[in-house]
Every structure is written in C-alpha cells, then in structure tokens.
Design a protein around this ligand. Structure first.
Ligand SMILES: O=P(O)(O)OC[C@H]1O[C@H](O)[C@H](O)[C@@H](O)[C@@H]1O
Length: 315
C-alpha cells in the first residue's frame, strides 16, 4: 500500500488523539484514515463509501472479511468491511441496491457538532476516532430529492472495540424517510463452525422466500445453506460464536431495531462477480439495521444509530 501521510487538522486539543489517527492514500489515490490504539489494535476507514475496510485486534489479526476479488475503484461498492446502506436497504425502493452512500466520496469533518458522550468504553475521550461527512450532490438530489447531512464517527477504543455512530439530519424543508444498515462482513474460520445467538424467538423476513415472515424456532442460528434474513426488533446485543477460531463477536446497537443475517453460500457466490467461489466459508454478514419501519425525519430533525463491535476469546 502506498502511504502518504497528511497532517490532520483536528481542532480537539487532544494530542494523543492526533497521534492515533493517520490520514493516508490507498493505491488508487483514495484517502483513508488509520486509527490505532495504544495496545496495537487498528482500524482503516476509506473515504470511498465512508467504509471501514479493516479492523484488527492487538495481535494484528483481521476481524473483518474483504473479498480477494473486491474492486476498490470508485464508484464500485467494495465487497467487504462495513458498507453503509443508506438511504435504502437492498432493492426496497427505487434507488440502486443498498442506496448510494456506499458509492460516494465522503469528506473528513474537523469540527463536527458535538456528540453526546457515552459512558462506556467507546467514550471518545480515550479513543482514536475520525469524523466523516456526506452531503448529497446535485446528481444525488435528482434521484433522491432530500437534503441531508450524514455524519459518521468511527471510533476505536482502548479495549479495541469498534464503534460507528451515524447522525443523519434533515436539512430540507419537507420530511423524508430512509432505511439504514451497517452491512458488517465478519471474518470467520468456516461458516459451518459458526452460530449466532440473540435471535431466538424473533420474527424475521426471509429474503429467499419473497420476504415472507417466519418465527425463529432454534436456540441459535447455524449455517448449512444460503441465509438472507431480516430479524425484526431484536434485543440490543447479538453474538457470533466462531468455534474454530475460539472467538466471539458481540454486536451492540442503539437506534437500530433489526438485524440482517446474510451468507450467500456456494451457488449465489458464483454469480457475484466480486466474490470468490469459496469465500462464502470465510464470511458472515450480521448488520445492525433499520429496515422494516423506515425512519422519518421532519425538517431539522436528526436520527442517531450506533453499533459497537467487540471481540473476545471464547472457550
Ligand atoms: O451484493 P450487495 O449489493 O452488496 O448485497 C449483498 C447482500 O446484502 C444484504 O445482506 C441483502 O440482504 C442480500 O440480499 C444481498 O445479497
């Protein structure tokens, strides 16, 4: 990777914060922010899509999946990491699949409006973080005629937790509605060794059955074929257990009632051009999302949706 260090101009008078964030360019010339914590964990966020492309623990192990066939050149969406789905999820609307936010170039915002502080480990005081901003272009307004400001903070805590906080403000003179997802590709050892807990007894919409509504019957979700579901109104914590890697991901969320679970399995993999045939084994998407009931913002209103990802060793 070609690295070109650019001086940041954070107004926050926090020297440690400045040291822990480096702005570089990738080999396609796209700016990216590298966040580091004192224990050696890191995260990499591309301005293309405002997309987290890497999250590593303190042993330098990658925790997110990115396809070997991913296309990193804009305006293609990058297959892996954490694409942002906004203002549409999937093909539930007239826009391109998953909306346009993941295909746009975001900017770094040096002085965003203050965020409410969180009392937990993701407190910005001790973390490395970057603030990004997306506003619609004139062309965007032609396909989605709603002025918005989308602020994304990506934050790596001292514990290595990765937190994404999205704030979407209506700066228009009429209301608008949108759907949203943090489309998170977790790296797993082998999908057949993975189970997801926290979804039991929930209703879900099955995208493989025309979004028909079913109720989850199992104690845990395991994988033997393609899964593409939107679990509705889940609790605010869901866990992904990876037996082989002895690793557990915990997804905690606020303002995001739904959870999408997706693995394309073998047959679907073959028709996705930026995805290797066998790569489905190494990934699982578990998205904190708001899909079933779109969010409506009146003029001047702001919505916040937050996800915190952590990883622990499991026995
Ligand atoms: O191929 P993409 O546009 O990135 O979408 C990848 C997947 O995203 C979500 O998980 C949807 O539920 C799936 O139906 C879709 O296949």
């Amino acid at each position: 990777m070609d690295v070109c260090v650019v001086e940041m101009n954070h107004s926050a008078a926090d020297v440690n914060q400045k040291k822990s964030v480096e702005i570089t360019k990738d080999k396609n010339g796209i700016s990216q922010a590298i966040l580091r914590n004192p224990r050696g964990a890191s995260a990499r966020v591309s301005l293309h899509g405002g997309q987290v492309l890497s999250w590593k623990n303190e042993r330098d192990e990658e925790l997110l999946f990115t396809s070997n066939k991913a296309n990193f050149k804009p305006p293609a969406a990058v297959r892996g990491g954490i694409p942002i789905c906004f203002p549409q999820f999937g093909n539930r609307g007239s826009l391109e699949q998953h909306g346009f936010a993941r295909n746009r170039t975001w900017i770094i915002e040096d002085n965003p409006p203050p965020l409410q502080s969180f009392a937990d480990s993701s407190s910005s005081d001790k973390a490395a973080f970057i603030d990004l901003l997306l506003k619609p272009s004139d062309d965007d307004l032609k396909i989605w005629p709603h002025s918005f400001e989308f602020r994304l903070r990506v934050l790596l805590s001292v514990d290595g937790y990765l937190t994404l906080i999205s704030r979407i403000r209506n700066v228009n003179c009429k209301p608008f509605s949108f759907s949203f997802a943090y489309h998170t590709y977790f790296s797993v050892s082998d999908i057949s060794e993975v189970r997801v807990e926290g979804l039991e007894t929930l209703d879900y919409l099955d995208n493989l059955c025309n979004r028909e509504r079913f109720t989850e019957q199992g104690d845990a979700l395991t994988f033997e074929s393609e899964v593409d579901r939107v679990y509705l109104s889940s609790s605010d914590a869901v866990a992904v257990f990876d037996h082989e890697k002895k690793r557990t991901f915990v997804i905690k969320k606020e303002g995001l009632p739904d959870i999408v679970v997706w693995n394309p399995w073998e047959k679907k993999s073959r028709v996705i051009t930026d995805f290797g045939d066998e790569e489905y084994k190494q990934m699982l998407c578990v998205d904190a999302a708001n899909i079933e009931k779109p969010i409506t913002l009146k003029p001047g209103e702001e919505w916040t949706g937050r996800v915190e990802l952590s990883v622990t060793a499991s026995i």
